[in-house]
Ligand binder design. Structure first.
Ligand code: GLY
Ligand code: MN
Ligand code: MN
Length: 448
């Protein structure tokens, strides 16, 4: 297994960020300036911080993943268009904590036209802002920095006409998130890697499952596969056995798998900042019961209908509508809800069993950025968008009016799909999802 993944390159390809900065510079023009900061480090306790994860907008535009950094894009500026403020080299800190690029490294390796120690930001930002009409900066992504930057801007305004700071502030989110919504070929290649390793983790977990195994042991199996590939989970892994599968964001993962349980696993690996996001549901003992299979087949058909609806030009709501129609037909056939499809949908009678959406954008963030609607209308799907298809049915214990044989069953089937001109590309097809293929895989597993 280790040799399978040793070819993976974990350094960011810096051509992508350079292209994106050029595209952003064209939006800014000579009158605009963009300023954004890396996410601050977060303390866990005393001198131990949480593992650092750069914010996605910053990484997208810079490829730079150290904390304590600020990027400025100022088209036509005399000192250079792309200016980075970062931590300086520090032998003692680098002995204890790790290497730093330093200002020279940022200029040499990350394409900065000029680089300064982060401590000089306050002193230099006034000159950079002078005579720019519009400041583009993040909103709600790095509140402490954003507040300080606005305070600095107000200070410059108070100094009177000589400072000439920008009059207009525009959300950088709206520009960058629109860019991030359409993935280029290089990004899709990274997402294929994230999806492939996510799939390998799910396969390993199915093979490790049997009654008596703990939910956290399956989590560990997934994370081991991710770790072997040099990857990390993209969001906390959900492993819900039995009725825990009905808790949408269950991450305690502390219960044993019981004979007769279904196990719902929602987990994905992150590769060079790009997320995979897969859910599979399978029987702990390797065989679906008739009742489980009846519900499972409905969810699977909904997943397939959702994927089939992922076509260029379809409204972004089309996958949800397609999956929902199948789920609702199934609920009516089972007698869980009464009425025809349209009435059940209009009155949301399906909601006790399916209470979440079918899709979200996927990219550097698991719930990725980008508007779903424009002017109140669902936007059309376009090539390069990536989204999940994840219908589910959940019948928590105590569900009134429902045969007890169904209580405690939670099922979700989630795939990652790229919109292409040739139809949907499913990135996560490596993990079995038909009951027959799941049972065949589990029959060949390593259980003694
Ligand atoms: N893993 C979170 C989600 O599927 O949306
Ligand atoms: Mn998802
Ligand atoms: Mn998921």
């Amino acid at each position: 297994m280790i040799s399978d993944v040793s070819h993976l390159d974990h350094a960011d390809d810096l051509a992508g960020p350079a292209r994106r900065r050029a595209a952003l510079a064209a939006v800014l023009g000579r009158d605009g300036i963009a300023v954004l900061a890396a996410t601050p480090e977060r303390n866990r306790n005393n001198d131990v911080d949480y593992p650092y994860r750069a914010n996605s907008d910053f990484r997208y535009l810079t490829g730079f993943v150290e904390p304590s950094a600020i990027a400025v894009l100022a088209p036509g500026a005399e000192i250079g268009e792309y200016i980075v403020f970062c931590r300086e080299r520090d032998p003692a800190a680098e002995t204890w904590i790790g290497k730093r690029a330093g200002t020279e490294g940022v200029a040499r390796e990350y394409g900065a036209d000029a680089a300064f120690p982060i401590d000089e930001f306050e002193a230099r930002i006034g000159d950079l802002l002078a005579r720019r009409k519009t400041l583009y900066t993040t909103q709600g992504i790095n509140p402490e920095f954003e507040t300080q930057l606005l305070a600095r801007l107000n200070g410059l305004r108070a100094r009177g006409r000589h400072a000439e700071p920008p009059e207009t502030i525009v959300s950088l989110n709206s520009v960058v998130h629109e860019m991030r919504l359409i993935k280029d070929a290089d990004e899709i290649a990274l997402m294929r890697q994230a999806a492939a390793t996510s799939a390998a983790g799910h396969i390993a977990a199915m093979q490790a499952a049997e009654p008596g195994v703990m939910e956290y042991q399956l989590e560990a199996t997934l994370h081991y596969v991710y770790g072997l590939a040099g990857m990390h989970w993209a969001y906390p892994t959900i492993v819900g056995a039995g009725a825990n599968g009905c808790i949408l964001h269950y991450i305690e993962n502390a219960a044993p798998l019981a004979d007769g349980d279904l196990v719902l696993i929602d987990s994905g690996a992150e590769y060079r900042g790009y997320a995979g996001d897969i859910t599979r549901t399978f029987p702990a003992n390797g065989r679906f019961s008739d009742v489980q299979r009846r519900l499972y087949d409905i969810v699977l058909a909904a997943n397939e209908a959702g994927i089939a609806a992922c076509t260029v030009g379809a409204p972004a709501s089309a996958p949800h509508q397609a999956a929902l129609a199948v789920l609702v037909d199934g609920l009516i056939a089972l007698g869980f809800v009464t009425g025809d499809r349209q009435t059940v949908i209009e009155n949301e009678r399906y909601k006790p069993f399916f209470m979440h959406g079918t899709s979200h954008w996927l990219g550097m963030d698991v719930h990725d950025v980008g508007a779903y609607k424009k002017d109140g209308e669902w936007r059309p799907l376009a090539a390069g968008m990536v989204l999940t298809i994840e219908p589910g049915l959940y019948v928590p214990p105590g569900s009134e009016g429902i045969d007890e044989a169904y209580w405690g069953i939670g099922i979700r089937v989630e795939d990652d799909v790229v919109i292409t001109d040739d139809g949907p590309e499913v990135l996560t097809g490596d993990v079995p999802k038909t009951p027959d293929r799941i049972e065949a895989l589990m029959a060949s597993n390593a259980r003694s």
